[in-house]
Design a protein. Structure first.
Length: 461
């Protein structure tokens, strides 16, 4: 009987595996083969790769763009169109992207898109160094004056940084046949241009409302200085995007996200230390802190801001231990907001914590403090649930006469007892008033009736 049952189970399992393999073939292998056949028969033109990037220029974004350029070149793409919308970013990441643009054997097209987008600060350098520069209507470009990250620069250092940036962008613009005078003005005077003016002044080559229009306009254009001729009209489009890991790293390299992660990390560790358990809060806190540290590597962190955030958490813990009726808690909330304001040292708004994040974190932390931490405090202040300490005030029954020593039953246990008086007969209810070692000091319940009314915390048998 058992053997037949096992055989039936094995057959069911084999049918399940076979069904899974057939489903995998139909969902993965067959569509891939069909897609390959269709691609080869539909069009012989080389595809144009298209990707879209948005946000601060950081190491994650730079890594993605350089990898995409390499892959597009290896695949023999007709061009790589990068739709960009950025307020700027880190100089090191910007230079990595520019070096990849210059060395890439296929045309790299930087397209400020969609309408309302911008290529400011580091974005201007990347646009100027591309093989083809294009913008959508109602977009803007410029404001490329270098900004100090971290410690403030004196006038000499500012002049050095500005001269270096001006020389760099002028060289890029001249090499690519663009308006070098205006590019230098964008650095020295933080000049900016709308798309139409950028086209008139020779900063960009094309003004296109959408991708199809841009591909039509670019067809036959010869790039400078590579001398590559674009064949983009009617070319098939292959859209590519960031992987989830790169997208995640790009998302957390944001001042608001870094501030929130650091706060979550510290709160998780406080929760774990205040109420030790299976470690979920502590593990989550450590992970959040490590992720915030990654963001701090690419952001202009101010140690004073970090110290204020840590001070806020110390004040919260002190409120838990001292119980100052909210004074330390309010001080902690104020310190947390001040720490967020000073956490990143930059004049650029996109490299500072926003007021929305500051207020949101402050509200959440205060709620956490007054709800969760207060609950933990009540647990810590609760009388012990086990041990001899729980006997004081408990009601028991004598199981032998006490004259003055004997035994009582209290809380389901038998204890050695001694009366404060001379004699208590067997079977009488008594109240434990003290505990010395393993001996309970008791008195008749009738003598403590008045005390029982005044002390409602007495535990009944």
């Amino acid at each position: 009987m058992k053997t037949g049952k096992n055989t039936a189970l094995r057959r069911s399992f084999l049918r399940f595996v076979l069904l899974g393999l057939v489903s995998l073939f139909l969902l993965v292998v067959l569509p891939a083969a069909t897609g390959t056949a269709l691609d080869s028969s539909l069009d012989t033109k080389l595809p144009v790769w298209v990707t879209q990037v948005k946000g601060v220029i950081d190491p994650a974004l730079a890594s993605y763009l350089t990898d995409t350029m390499d892959k597009a070149a290896q695949a023999g793409a007709a061009a790589l169109v990068i739709q960009i919308d950025t307020p700027g970013g880190l100089d090191s990441s910007m230079r990595d992207i520019i070096q990849a643009e210059i060395s890439c054997p296929i045309p790299i097209v930087m397209y400020v898109y969609p309408q309302g987008a911008r290529a400011a600060s580091a974005g201007l350098y990347i646009l100027i160094s591309s093989d083809v520069a294009a913008m959508a209507p109602q977009t803007n470009v410029g404001a490329a004056t270098p900004v100090a990250l971290g410690e403030e620069m004196d006038e000499t250092m500012k002049a050095k940084a500005t001269n270096d940036a001006a020389a760099y962008i002028r060289s890029l613009a001249s090499t690519h046949g663009r308006n070098a005078d205006w590019a230098e003005k964008a650095v020295r005077e933080a000049a900016s241009l709308p798309a139409e003016e950028a086209l008139k002044q020779g900063v960009i080559e094309f003004l296109a409302a959408d991708l199809n229009s841009l591909l039509e306009q670019m067809d036959g254009y010869v790039t400078t200085p590579k001398g590559l001729t674009l064949h983009t009209a009617g070319a098939p489009i292959k859209e590519v995007s960031m992987g989830w890991i790169q997208r995640f790293l790009h998302a957390i390299a944001n001042p608001d996200v870094a501030y929130i992660l650091m706060t979550i990390g510290i709160l998780g560790i406080i929760m774990e230390l205040s109420s030790p358990g299976i470690g979920v809060a502590g593990v989550a806190g450590v992970i959040a802190l490590l992720l915030s540290f990654y963001a701090f590597q690419v952001l202009p962190v101010n140690l004073v801001g970090v110290a204020l955030v840590v001070l806020a958490m110390i004040l919260f813990i002190a409120e838990l231990k001292v119980q100052s009726h909210g004074i330390l808690g309010v001080g902690g909330a104020a310190s947390l907001i001040a720490g967020g304001l000073l956490l990143f040292n930059s004049s650029e708004p996109y490299l500072r914590v926003s007021w929305v994040a500051l207020v949101g974190v402050a509200v959440v932390v205060v709620a956490f403090f007054f709800i969760v931490i207060q609950a933990v405090a009540r647990v810590l202040r609760r009388r012990p649930a086990v041990g001899s300490e729980t006997l004081q005030g408990a009601i028991g029954v004598t199981i032998s006469s006490l004259g003055p020593e004997g035994q009582i039953r209290v809380q389901g246990e038998v204890w050695k007892a001694r009366t404060k008086g001379n004699y208590i007969p067997k079977g009488q209810r008594v109240r434990v008033v003290e505990v010395y070692g393993l001996t309970a000091i008791v008195e008749p319940l009738e003598q403590s009736a008045a005390q029982n009314k005044e002390e409602p915390w007495i535990q009944a048998q």
